[in-house]
Design a protein around this ligand. Structure first.
Ligand code: NCD
Length: 333
C-alpha cells in the first residue's frame, strides 16, 4: 500500500502551473479550490447563471455526446444526486455508482487507480469522485488522462461545494461581493472539508475577515488558519458563538463529523452543543444568511426552517447550476 500523501504534499503538487486554472477549464482536473484564480471562480459563477437562463432545449444539448461516471465511496444525498441531475440536464450519459466500497471491486481490494483506469478504458469523458482519502482525487487524476472532478476527498477538500456555497452567498445577500462580507463558521472545523474549501475560496475572492466557532477539539487546522492569514484574512477563533453572532453576514454551520472519531465517547465529547434555534436567529442581523452544507443532525432546529434567512435548502438548488457549469466547462460542451 502506498503511503498516503500529506496535505502539504498535495497542495505543493497542485501549485504547479499545469494544475492551476486561470480561465480555461477544458480537460482540467478539479481537485482543490487552491487551483482556482479569481477569474476562474467568476467564470464558474457566470456560466451557472447563463445555464439557468438558457432555453431547456439548448441546455439539454450541451453535453449530448459525453459520458460521465459518478463514483462515490462515501455516503451522500445531495452531491451524488445533484451531479447526476446536472449531467442529465446537459444531455450527457450518466453512470452512477453509489456505495463503491460494497458494490465495486474496491470490496475485493482493487486500488482506486485501477478503478478509474477502467472507467477511462470504457470511454467515460470525466469521473466525479467522492472518496474517504485526502489524496484520493489527486491519486485518481494522476492515474488517468480524463478529468477528475472532486466531489469530496477525505477531510481535505470539497471544491464543488465551496463554489456552490459562494453562489449561494452572493445570491442570498443580493449580490454582495465576498469582499464585503464577514462569514462565521460554526461546528466541526477540524474535519469539515466544506469549511476548509469554502474558507479558502472566500479568501481567494478577497474576504477580509472570518470567524471560527468551535470547541477546542474541533478547531480549524493550524496550517489552514496560517494560509488564510497569509492571504490577508483577519481570523478570529472562539468557542463562544455569542461573541461573534451579531457580526455575521453569513452564518455557516456544519455537523460534527462522527465518522472521523475513533470512539463514540470522543464524538459525544466533541459535540459542542452549539445549536441554532429561533432564539439565536433573533440575535443575528436581519439580512444575515444561515447556511449549512447538509446533512444536519441537530445543529439547526426544525423551527428555524421557516425563517426567511434559512438558506440551506435553496443552497442545494444553487448547487445544481454550479455543477452543470463545472461539467460544461471541464468537458468543453
Ligand atoms: C458534506 C460532505 O460530504 O462533506 N456534505 C455535502 O457534500 N453537502 C458535509 C457533511 O457530510 O457533513
Amino acid at each position: 500500500m502506498a503511503t498516503p500523501l500529506k496535505a502539504e504534499e498535495i497542495f505543493a503538487h497542485l501549485a504547479a502551473p499545469e494544475w492551476q486554472i486561470t480561465n480555461d477549464f477544458r480537460g482540467k482536473d478539479i481537485i482543490s479550490v487552491e487551483q482556482l484564480s479569481r477569474e476562474a471562480i467568476w467564470k464558474v459563477l457566470s456560466t451557472a447563471n447563463d445555464l439557468e437562463t438558457m432555453p431547456f432545449e439548448k441546455r439539454h444539448r450541451a453535453l449530448e455526446s459525453k459520458a460521465v461516471a459518478v463514483l462515490f465511496y462515501q455516503p451522500s444525498t445531495r452531491t451524488y444526486t445533484s451531479f447526476t441531475r446536472a449531467a442529465q440536464a446537459l444531455g450527457a450519459d450518466v453512470l452512477g455508482i453509489h456505495g463503491m466500497m460494497q458494490y465495486s471491486s474496491a470490496y475485493k481490494g482493487e486500488t482506486l487507480a485501477d478503478t478509474v483506469r477502467t472507467m477511462e478504458a470504457l470511454g467515460f469523458d470525466t469521473i466525479v469522485l467522492r472518496h474517504f482519502d485526502d489524496d484520493s482525487a489527486l491519486i485518481a487524476a494522476r492515474s488517468i488522462e480524463i478529468p477528475i472532478i472532486n466531489a469530496g476527498s477525505g477531510k481535505l477538500e470539497h471544491p464543488t461545494q465551496a463554489l456552490l456555497d459562494v453562489r449561494t452567498i452572493i445570491k442570498e445577500t443580493h449580490n454582495h461581493n465576498p469582499q464585503e462580507l464577514h462569514i462565521v463558521f460554526v461546528g466541526d472545523l477540524k474535519y469539515g472539508r466544506t469549511v476548509h474549501s469554502l474558507s479558502k475560496l472566500m479568501a481567494i475572492l478577497g474576504a477580509p475577515e472570518m470567524s471560527f466557532v468551535s470547541p477546542d477539539v474541533l478547531r480549524m487546522p493550524r496550517n489552514l488558519i496560517a494560509g488564510l492569514n497569509e492571504r490577508g484574512v483577519e481570523t478570529h477563533e472562539t468557542s463562544s458563538l455569542n461573541e461573534v453572532l451579531e457580526k455575521a453576514d453569513v452564518l455557516y454551520i456544519t455537523r460534527v463529523q462522527r465518522e472521523w472519531f475513533s470512539t463514540e465517547e470522543a464524538y459525544e465529547e466533541a459535540r459542542s452543543g452549539q445549536q441554532i434555534t429561533p432564539a439565536v436567529m433573533e440575535r443575528i442581523k436581519p439580512e444575515a444568511v444561515l447556511m449549512h452544507p447538509l446533512p444536519r443532525v441537530d445543529e439547526i432546529t426544525a423551527e428555524v426552517d421557516s425563517d426567511p434567512r434559512a438558506a440551506y435548502f435553496r443552497q442545494v438548488g444553487h448547487g445544481l447550476w454550479v455543477r452543470m457549469a463545472l461539467l460544461k466547462l471541464v468537458l468543453g460542451g
